[in-house]
Design a protein around this ligand. Structure first.
Ligand code: ADP
Ligand code: MG
Length: 325
């Protein structure tokens, strides 16, 4: 049984004035224990909304989130609160998610105060120091304020805070986007080490394909509230089948000349969740669309193993490579 199972998740936000924003439009995936699923796509495609629904922070308009076989929607507020210690999140901006007036030790301790009431202050203190050590920080950092440490150290504090309750699943929402390259590598290394040691599952939200390629076993590509392609990262990012995935890849420079053959320019307007097209969400920007693409959203189908793509032209995308030049 997968640890996380998300089925047909839809979220519609009502804007003031009455406009409906369709942030996600039927998202499904599973994450096994100890696994990392990368979720990629342009800004506004609905990635963070998916993350918040998976954590039970917002309720889906439609669809279900199961954690360890339990449907979050059927839990009482008390059960949901208890489950919160097993589901954690790490955000992009470390400084924004850390209270600037609390010392590092108090920030890291806070989840224990909420979720582990049975621990004494001395036991909590010991756990804080242990956890700080796990993320490469020491007693010297514990007494500082977030503003007094570096960006990389702040993100380590965010990680310590997230893992101190021994969660089984963490949503990482662009956790390294605000960090320098060198710091990014060490934070990723730390996340990988913690995953192996604690058998953590991650939903890793990012628009940095190089990081996803390096860090995630599986990848799902989102476009305008839908997953258009997913599967093992080695398939999705090396043999992309959806024209949108190919466009995303060609927007990032690759040292591999073979990949340059995949060049797809993204044309047309940025996607607009206020006006979802009735058919494929990529219509209007797709270089190989045909009339049938506008009729109905293309169903996901398997192209190889567990590699799935929602494009009725997926075969074309491979055989008519010249159209992508
Ligand atoms: P991403 O993380 O991929 O950038 P988001 O999930 O943040 O995308 O947003 C998806 C869409 O939903 C965007 O158009 C965003 O403006 C909209 N949205 C997100 N949260 C809200 C909200 N609370 N109210 C109204 N619209 C929202
Ligand atoms: Mg986001």
């Amino acid at each position: 049984m997968p640890l996380v199972r998300v089925e047909n998740l839809r979220k519609t936000f009502q804007r003031r004035g009455g406009a409906a924003v369709h942030a996600t439009n039927g998202v499904s995936f599973t994450i096994e224990a100890g696994e990392t699923l990368g979720l990629i796509g342009e800004s506004g495609s609905g990635k963070s909304t998916v993350g918040r629904m998976v954590l039970g922070l917002i309720a889906p308009t439609e669809g279900t989130v199961d954690f360890d076989g339990r449907d979050l929607a059927t839990l009482t507020p008390r059960q949901l609160r208890e489950l919160r210690s097993e589901l954690q999140v790490i955000f992009q901006e470390p400084l924004e998610s850390l209270n600037p007036r609390m010392r590092v030790s108090a920030i890291v301790e806070e989840p224990l105060v909420i979720h582990r009431r049975e621990l004494s202050p001395a036991q909590r203190r010991a756990r804080v120091l242990e956890t700080l050590a796990l993320v490469g920080l020491d007693e010297g950092h514990a007494s500082r304020f977030p503003g007094e440490i570096s960006g990389g150290q702040q993100q380590r504090v965010g990680i310590a805070r997230a893992i101190i309750t021994e969660p089984r699943f963490i949503v990482l929402d662009e956790p390294t986007s605000s960090l320098d390259l060198s710091v990014r590598a060490s934070v990723l290394e730390l996340l990988g080490k913690l995953q192996r040691e604690l058998n953590l599952s991650y939903l890793f939200i990012s628009h940095d394909l190089a990081t996803v390629r390096f860090f995630c076993m599986h990848t799902a590509v989102m476009y305008l509230g839908r997953i258009v392609e997913r599967g093992p990262t080695s398939d999705v990012l090396t043999h992309p089948r959806h024209p949108y995935t190919r466009a995303l890849l060609s927007a990032t420079l690759s040292p591999d000349p073979d990949e340059h053959k995949l060049h797809v320019p993204l044309r047309g307007d940025a996607p607009n969740p206020l006006a979802i097209p009735p058919g494929c969400p990529f219509v209007g920007r797709c270089p190989i669309e045909i009339a049938a693409c506008s009729a109905a959203p293309p169903p996901s189908h398997t192209v190889a193993g567990t590699h799935e793509v929602a494009c009725i032209r997926a075969d074309e995308a491979i055989t008519t490579g010249s159209q992508f030049q």
